[in-house]
Design a protein around this ligand. Sequence first.
Ligand code: UD1
Length: 419
Amino acid sequence: MDYFEIEGKNQLSGDVQISGAKNAVLPLMVASILNNDQLTISNVPNLSDSITMANLLRGMGSEVELSDGKIHINSQSINDPYAPYDLVRKMRASFYVLGPLLSKFGEAKVSLPGGCAWGPRPVDFHIKGIEKLGATIDLEDGYIIAKSNKLKGNKIVFPKISVGATGNVLMASVLADGDTEIHNAAAEPEIQQLCHFLNSIGAKISGVGTNTLQIQGVDSLNSVENIAVIPDRIEAGTFLMAVAATGGEVKLNKVNPNHLETVISYLRHANVNLDVGDDNITVLSNGDINSYNIETNEYPGFPTDLQAQWMLLMSVASGDSTIKENIYFDRFNHVPELNRLGCNIDVDLKTATASIKGKRKLISADLTSTDLRASACLIIAALCAEGTSVVSRVYHIDRGYDKIEEKLSKIGARIVRKK
Ligand code: UD1
């Protein structure tokens, strides 16, 4: 199993190209089910999650070719509305296929992520939303069996904002009879791109970028040949925090600073110097970081996917601080690993709040990645620590960061992938 060996205490300097967004490319690939023709997606990040999604689509009968930075999908031959457990368990975003498959075939068999039991589970919003469009849904052996005649538009109010449920119900509703309204819809840039893509093939979605989407059902969709994935704001935020924590000066290219407004504002509160251009950000830090209390929130709030990286940054800041996690109340798996390096973080699970002591002197350790974004924070921690650390289980990071060790090495980090 691959691991990273990281020697800390090196300032970073140079340029980094930010890749296309993982959370945008996956729903776009799924939307190819509705596109029903040839589609080329460019600015595609090289990630194991994109390969998993390609395999899922191939299993349904689509032809999918991955080349450097591009994916060609021909969905004319898609014929099997089935998403097996083996692929869905690897990547929750596979569940996105439920809505478009049902809309196209009138039926779908999709494994529940993790094969969880029926009930108010983390895909309950997806299921209830799709039922509201007229589908019947049963559970058999860990699989959702969904059936419908033509779906019918309806008003759907999610109990809380969900990125995945918004994308799923949206893709189910574009070809439904009549109008659909989604309240508490996600406004994340990746969902905005999905809406713009669907509109470009003939869907009628308005309210894009707000928390209420109106979808006027259409009889058919056209096809479009090309779409370029938006820049990955989470990868960009991760590099900003890495440079802020280690110190140095790095220019990030191919970013969309508008998608990072809250992150930029919080970093400035933390005394990080940022020069923001149209599609680039230069970060300059002498490692002298101010502590600043934050909460994670839905877009345009501070993303939960950057919470772990921010926590590390606050551990090397000048004072104590707190982070309240409002999206995933127990997303603190990285805390014990960070504490092993010398951080001093306490979590109150009742309030989903982490209290972080600042001014920590970090010393190298052997670290285990527990999930995708936690692995990114462990890498930053190792870059700040005295000595050589090992970060194992890097398959988590390969799911969502395109060649992270190459990008970091290019700006002076001492990080090597080993087998
Ligand atoms: C997406 C992102 C992920 C990010 C998350 C929150 C993708 C592929 N993944 O995940 O990187 O961390 O948004 O920004 O885009 N919930 C329910 N029932 C549901 C659905 C969600 O209770 O049916 C809850 C979740 O437990 C969580 C909250 O809603 O507390 C938000 O989750 P959601 O936005 O759905 O996350 P994902 O779409 O899975």
